[in-house]
Every structure is written in C-alpha cells, then in structure tokens.
Design a protein around this ligand. Sequence first.
Ligand code: GLV
Ligand code: MG
Length: 307
Amino acid sequence: MVLARPRRSVLAVPGSSRKMIEKAKGLPADEVFLDLEDAVAPIAKAQARTEIADALASDGWGSQIKVVRVNDWTTEWTYRDVVDVVSAAGAHLDAILLPKVVDASHVRALDLLLTQVEKANGLEVGRIGIEAQIENAIGLRNIDAIATASPRVQTLVFGPADFMASINMRTLVVGEQPDGYDTGDAYHHILMTILMAARAHGLEAIDGPYLQIRDVEAFRRAARRTAALGFDGKWVLHPTQIDAANEVFSPRQADYDKAEMILDAYEFHTSAAGGGRGAAMLGDEMIDEASAKMAQVVAAKGRAAGM
Ligand code: GLV
Ligand code: MG
C-alpha cells in the first residue's frame, strides 16, 4: 500500500533536546520521530516526556508525520511514556513507534493502553497509529502476527543496530556489510521478510538508520539498495541525509513519466474506444494488466511525492 503521505525520510530526533526538536520542525523530512528510547538517558526520560509533549503541541511544524518512539515493554518506562505524552499532546501525534516488538502481545498492549488514554482525554479512538520496530530474531519470526495484531499498525521498521547485536552478527558499522561476508547482502533475508509482511498486510516498510552520517554518498548507496527492493523509506539521522532519502525513495522522473504513459495507454487500449484489448504496444514494449499494476505503484509513489 502507498499511503497518501509518504514516509521516504524518517528523521530521528532525541526527545531530550528541545533545540534539535525546534530545528526538526522546519526540515523537509516526511516523518519526524521524537525519541524517548535509546537517544535519551534513563535519568532524562521524565523530563523528555514533558519536552516532547510541549514541542508537539507548539506551533511551527510543517506537514511532517509526527511520531514518538517510546521505550520497549521490558523496561519500566513504556506506560508512562504513552500516558504522559498522549494525555498532554495526543491530538498532535500521528503514531507511536514501539521498539523491540517480539510478538503480537506487545502491539495489543499498546493498542489497549492507547484506547484508554484516548477515551480519558476525549481524543478520537483509534486515530493514533503504531509503527512496529523489528529488532531481533523472535520479532522477525512473529512478524505476521505483529503486523496484524491491531488495525493501528501502519509500518514495519527494521532496527539494524539492535538486530545485528541480537543475532551476534560480527559488525560494528550499522548499515554496512559485516567484514568477511564478501558476496551478497547479509541483510537480505531480514529485509525481504519485513517487506513481504508489509506488502501482505498493506503496511509500509521502513529501513533503519545508517550511522556514518558524514558520508552522504554511502548513505545514498545503502538507501538505493532497499529502495530497489521496494521499501518505502529510511531513517535519517542528520539533515544532510534527508534530501538523499527523499530523492532515492521517490521514483526517478523518467520512471514516473513512463509509468503515467503506460497507465494512459493501457486505459485507452482496454476501453471500448481503444478496441477493448487486454494487451497493447507502447513503443517497443508490450503492456498488459501486470505491467499496468507495476506502473500504478510507481505512479502512486510519484503522486504522493508531489511529482
Ligand atoms: C534502531 O533502533 C536500531 O536498533 O537500529
Ligand atoms: Mg534499536
């Protein structure tokens, strides 16, 4: 599924830094998530909740999708993260990003808690979505149950750093291939499993961060790989990565133009006026129902990106 609002670039912002949150308001990321998890020290969590709620409710945001990443359910913080932020600023929030999801119960617990907090605060029940972060082997094994655990689930998000640590992959560079694995892509199985679950259940598939933030070309290379597979977007950690992600996860102009041409031609040839044919020629290429479907994907992504 391609939502009307794309998530090509998903900007991570520490919830404890009001300065960085203020800066994020004006950046062209499709989504901004304010972090209460790994970017915030344990002693700073309570203050960060207040900071985030104030920032969400304040002026100056653009059209970004606004998300808060709470702590995972094995900590003592998750319920207070949700209750405090949603009670104070739920109307300004599009989704909660839940890290280290291991099974459907994690999603259901968040769904139930959100429902209560929405009711208690007069908010529309069910509007706030859930983004489920897949960060370990058990989460990957349970991915279909996670994807379908609540109608609130909107995206499945790859968390490479935690994932690599959890499976003992021998790498310290997040987003790059592990040293010694010289052929193929060490992440392929994980990425494709996330993508298949997302497509099977009508969700978006989001790739995780690339930590070498000074090397934009390397970021672009990593982003191109997952964009080519069909992922919808990627986390960005720095403003310089935003433009690259927006570009890489949008169709190229030539592909978008061709997709619109295929759709126009297919529509004409299948109509009564065009002879009602199932397959037709467009230049040297035969087009049919299946090629029209592929064109629809590219055209929808391009339209959502404002092309
Ligand atoms: C992100 O949360 C990651 O673990 O890569
Ligand atoms: Mg993580």
